[in-house]
Write a protein that binds this ligand. Structure first.
Ligand SMILES: *Cc1c(COP(=O)(O)O)cnc(C)c1O
Length: 385
């Protein structure tokens, strides 16, 4: 199809391309000066006294975060069912048990009341996911964590840059926040992520574990008589560093992020205005929480029962018109590994289950033209009116 509009595409400019070429020509292609600069720029963007550690994916970042918090065998970690499998799989990397929780109907974010009901003596941490870029009800989650002595790792794969009550996600005071720079996220490094924390011990641990458990602090490099090639391995660590080729992209994506964010907000408003009279449930725009700003990673609609056609049929009709759609998410309780391992049923997760049956992510990315968006709107009106 020559006129196909995908549901998402990255927005890469000449600046990114030139910076990658510069890395290639320099001979320094893996983690080096550009990864360091990207971390510093990211940290400066967030402010709020947090440190940032670049990693090769958000999945790695989530793994490092839970590892640094000491999550281990026998522990339970509360995750939403309405997320990508990475959120739960990292819990398993550490031999701990993910405990799945249903969502709020309106936002599809994890339901704080159900978090409280899922807490046991073994619970160690909560991993809230800011679905589509709309921050979770963090006040409730913070007060639950405080009451039960739990740690919080925010899966902010969708939420850069989002604000909750006036503060950027990443600076809200949870133990760790992890962002994703996968190709379709709000900014990209092709593959990559950023682990953010205000806790120096967590940052130090994640830095060591990010690169093979090699410690630069185990001995004093300057006082000791050891030669420069010497290093010590203090843990069986991981290989999660971000190459400079990826950081080169990230440096320039970050410079454009406010422009990207404004464009996403404008496009979301346009969809919301143009689709409001159709038999669809439109996404919560976050406006009912003062100071909250949606990052608009995704624009999702839910088909109302009165729409008279199934979600699958809707996507098929959109595809026939050359419009790509996707589904976020197939809830974790519906995937064989999670369903079978933990005997999960649809009845345990009525909100996520119902949302899944009707939800569609429609084409939404900064490089889409206004004409592209009008085409999506007209096609949707033709299908649903
Ligand atoms: C994309 C995504 C991840 C994983 O991000 P990667 O950078 O691809 O590892 C984790 N959680 C959620 C909710 C995501 O959408």
């Amino acid at each position: 199809m020559n006129n196909f509009l995908p549901f998402s595409l990255p927005d890469i400019g000449e600046e990114e391309i030139n910076e990658v070429v510069d890395s290639l020509r320099s001979g320094w292609i893996t983690t080096g000066p550009k990864a360091k600069r990207f971390e510093e720029d990211f940290q400066a963007y967030l402010g709020g006294g947090v440190g940032a550690i670049a990693v090769n994916s958000a999945t790695s970042g989530l793994h490092l975060a839970l590892e640094a918090l000491g999550v281990t065998e026998g522990d339970e970690v509360i995750v939403p069912t309405y997320t990508f499998t990475a959120t739960a799989e990292v819990v398993r990397y550490l031999g701990a048990t993910p405990i799945f929780v249903d969502s709020e109907v309106d936002t599809l974010n994890i339901d704080p009341q159900l978090i409280e009901a899922a807490i046991t003596k073994r619970t160690k941490a909560i991993v809230p996911v800011h679905f589509a870029g709309l921050p979770c009800n963090m006040n409730s989650i913070f007060s639950i964590a405080k009451k039960y002595g739990l740690r919080i790792v925010e899966d902010a794969a969708h939420a850069f840059p989002a604000k909750y009550e006036g503060n950027l996600v990443g600076t809200l005071g949870s133990d760790v926040t992890v962002f994703s720079f996968y190709a379709n996220k709000t900014m990209t490094t092709a593959e990559g992520g950023m682990l953010v924390s205000a806790n120096e011990d967590i940052l130090a641990r994640a830095r060591v574990m990010r690169l093979h458990g090699i410690s630069k602090d185990a001995f004093d490099r300057y006082q000791s008589k050891k030669p420069s090639w010497y290093y010590e391995v203090i843990e069986p660590g991981f290989k999660y560093n971000m190459p400079d080729i990826c950081a080169a992209i990230g440096i320039h994506q970050l410079k454009k992020i406010d422009k990207f964010k404004a464009r996403r907000a404008l496009m979301a408003n346009r969809y919301t205005e143009a689709l409001s009279d159709l038999p669809v449930i439109l996404p919560n725009n976050g406006k009912d929480v003062l100071g909250t700003e949606h990052a608009w990673h995704l624009y999702t609609i839910r088909l109302s029962e009165c729409a008279g056609l199934s979600r699958d049929k809707f996507i098929e009709l959109m595809m026939k018109e050359g419009l790509g759609c996707s589904v976020h998410f197939i809830p974790l309780h519906k995937h064989p590994i999670w369903r079978n391992t933990y005997q999960l049923t649809n009845e345990q997760f009525p909100v996520a289950d119902k949302a899944y049956s009707s939800i569609v992510s429609i084409p939404f990315f900064t490089k889409m033209s206004d004409e592209d968006q009008i085409r999506v709107i007209i096609t949707m009106r033709n299908i649903l009116e």
